[in-house]
Design a protein around this ligand. Structure first.
Ligand code: PHE
Length: 343
């Protein structure tokens, strides 16, 4: 028996586990109820009494050796695991995943074209008051023009059933009003931002969308400047040779007012589904600032004139990328988003 124990002791001392599972198997082989060591202790009862003392010591030595081995190897695994958390600073970074949202790309590109013309970016609050969204822009109370933009009102006390003065802005023209109130002449700004209208969600409309509006007020600003600025924008954004045309329109805050169409960039003016076979698509509203809105912001219309324009970013993006459903912009479907340029 002595020899056998010596042999096992040697095996145990030389053991090296190459995985946690191997270590656990080792532990089970020796220490579990049916393992080698309990079996040796059982044999111990059968040996001659004069040998028991020596054998007992040997057996205990073996048991301790196995337990120490298990402890030692376990600690080794744990220290190795900590090692794997060490950072290798020289390792190359993971590849960038993700793309810019198409609305961000279009907004960035439009902003950049106007910034090159000397426009600066202005921002304002999304929760606005009636004055900055409507009254200051020549929408008198109860005037039917207010119905052009279905508005979300925010009531301070919902139990009070009276119209609220606070609302979600329906256009970023409110930022133009704030600019006229606070900036010195001349004013040359664009106002990109999120706007809200109480409209049913469909392939062509959403209750949340984005606009970029522009405002230029100075001495001697004329309709020619408006046309030339927008013509330049269209050539830069949609490509040289894109034609523009202006149709008379109505907005309470501009006089003269117009809507601008561009020759359909899909069919090149031949006629297709996108342009409803007219060869033209509407992209923005514009006009000369109505003298009334200059007056209400303290600007003398005898000295200064100005123009304003406004466009929907979704609409421009749909034309640029030939997207036929506006809801795609808001659904965050990766199959859609991954098609756009990397950040
Ligand atoms: N604010 C208008 C809209 O949201 C667009 C517009 C801006 C029209 C400036 C003319 C001048 O529909």
């Amino acid at each position: 028996m002595n020899e056998r124990i010596e042999q096992i002791l040697n095996e145990v001392r030389g053991f090296k586990a190459d995985s946690k599972e191997a270590l656990e198997n080792f532990r089970i082989t020796y220490l579990s109820k049916k393992g080698i060591i309990p079996a040796l202790f059982a044999d111990f009862k059968t040996i001659a009494p004069e040998l028991r003392k020596e054998m007992g010591m040997k057996l205990n030595e073996l048991k301790n050796a196995v337990q120490e081995k298990v402890e030692e190897q376990l600690q080794l695994f744990e220290s190795q695991q900590v090692d794997t958390f060490d950072f290798d600073m020289s390792m190359p970074a993971n590849e960038m995943h993700g793309a810019r949202h198409p609305l961000s790309i279009v907004r960035r590109d439009i902003n950049s074209i106007f910034e090159h013309l000397g426009f600066t970016i202005a921002e304002g609050p999304e929760i606005e008051d009636d004055y900055h969204v409507f009254s200051a822009l020549n929408f008198p109370p109860d005037h039917p023009a207010r119905d052009m933009q279905d508005t979300f009102f925010i009531s301070k006390d919902p139990s009070e059933n009276k119209p609220s003065d606070i609302l979600l802005r329906t256009h970023t023209s409110s930022v133009q009003v704030r600019a006229m109130e606070s900036r010195k002449m001349p004013i040359r700004i664009i106002a990109p931002g999120r706007v809200f209208r109480n409209e049913a969600i469909s392939a062509r409309a959403h209750c949340i969308f984005h606009q970029i509006e522009g405002l230029y007020i100075d001495k001697n600003v004329s309709f020619v400047d408006l046309k030339q600025t927008l013509y330049h924008f269209v050539q830069e954004f949609f490509g040289e040779g894109t034609k523009v045309r202006f149709r008379p329109s109505y907005f309470p805050f501009t006089e003269t007012s117009a809507e601008m169409d561009i020759s359909c960039n899909i069919c090149g003016g031949e006629g297709c589904n996108i342009c409803k076979h007219t060869g033209w698509v509407e992209i923005l509203g514009c006009g000369m600032c109505d003298p009334n809105i200059l007056i209400s912001s303290g600007i003398d219309p005898e000295i200064y004139t100005g123009f304003a324009f406004g466009m929907g970013i979704e609409r421009i993006a749909m034309l640029k990328y030939q997207i036929n459903d506006l809801r795609l912009f808001f659904e965050n479907d990766l199959r859609f988003l991954e098609q756009f340029e990397l950040a």
